[in-house]
Design a protein around this ligand. Sequence first.
Ligand code: SAH
Ligand code: SF4
Ligand code: F3S
Length: 468
Amino acid sequence: MVAQNILLKEEENIDEAKVSVNEHVIGTKKLYIESYGCQMNFADSEVVASILRTNGYSTTSNLEEADLVLLNTCAIRDNAEQKVRTRLSSLNKNKKSNPNLKIGVLGCMAERLKTKFLEEEKMVDLVVGPDAYRDLPNLLEEVESGHKAVNVFLSREETYADISPIRLDSNGVSAFISIMRGCDNMCSFCVVPYTRGRERSRDPHSIYNEALELFEKGYKEVTLLGQNVDSYKWSSETEKYNFANLLEKVALISPELRVRFSTSHPKDITDEVLYTIKKYDNICNYIHLPAQSGSSRILGLMNRTYTREWYLERIHKIREILGEDCGVSHDMIAGFCTETEEDHQQTLSLMDEVVFDYGYMFFYSERPGTPAAKNLKDDVSLEDKKRRVNEIIDKQRQHSAIKNQMSIGKVFRVLIEGESKKSKADFAGRNDQSKVIVFPRKAYKKGDYVNVLVNSCTSGTLIGEIVD
Ligand code: SAH
Ligand code: SF4
Ligand code: F3S
């Protein structure tokens, strides 16, 4: 999930599996769906649940009663894939006790491995790539008739714009909306262009309608999702939209609807987007701007198409237009091919120059078929990779603590997202900068906006009280 907590551990944000349930849907067959990876995968699972509902499936959280188990998988790093393999072997046990159970693999790992999945993992019945979910009913028919089924066709047009997602695990307050699919950037380390295909933007009217519908149902926050939201573009004969225009359109639904977005790309984030954030109070003052490295040499090898100086200029502009209070988080990769200690020091010094609020930090994992795997040597030892990522994590921990300390004594407008995990007597919500704040609940309810005075903090959370 987007920086709901400070995520300081390698992999903590992205590889966790989550079972998605919406028990209220009526159907004769039971679907158990587990999602791994980024928010786009979670959003896709909601599209899949919607497609399968029309095919008579309702979702369940009880594996024992499932007729169909789907794992929506991630291929971003090797350990993301290992988790899925481990999960598949344990699911095999359920297949023994329930021979009619069908198991399908969706998402990025399905797309990467294609039919190889069926050869490698004998218990898998179904392999479906991210652009082929509309074909699920047909594929399931094939599976029902005793065959294995695969569709990993990548599309240049598919955006599932007309499908109304079934909100799974929803708190009824915040929801994700996919605004585009795929990625055309070709960062040399990254598997996403191969698993998600070419970049395409969804019709802005369908995005607007989805956000409006959510707001009318009582939702108070939408997060617009894309691998590179700044390259959103859509046009018809009469209209033309860039990301700034889309943000504005969604923000105008109501001042009571908060709008977030992820992920921004340093090479594409425009001043127009920054001014649009400034213009609307309900567009959150928080930008996730992955850096990946502080060394221009490494950024060049990564094909990120910006330099350290360019990145720092963008940060400067964010702070000039939106003020020092704008939350900024990063992604960083330690130990990319040929990275020296000096390059690593430059990453640490970039962090010192920016002082990020949060960070998602990983060590490099070579992905088969990517430009880096083909052209560069994965020559930093695992030991060095781990040490470097730990140094990056330590620095982020210090910076997050500094940033949290700076919030003490300030009052923030907080959207109540639900009970705090630790105590039923407390609510948890986030402020404009996406920082989690916990406070005694008083007579308010989930979905209310309240003003909260921050009194203290832990490393990941601000603690405060409602001031009426
Ligand atoms: N579209 C986003 C990133 C999506 S992937 C962007 O361009 O910023 C999320 C993060 O996973 C990346 O930002 C990167 O930090 C990390 N990542 C991607 N490929 C990786 C690899 N091969 N090894 C380690 N981390 C990787
Ligand atoms: Fe991967 Fe780069 Fe695209 Fe992000 S922008 S998804 S890192 S190729
Ligand atoms: Fe993983 Fe695919 Fe997302 S590789 S990070 S699930 S786009």
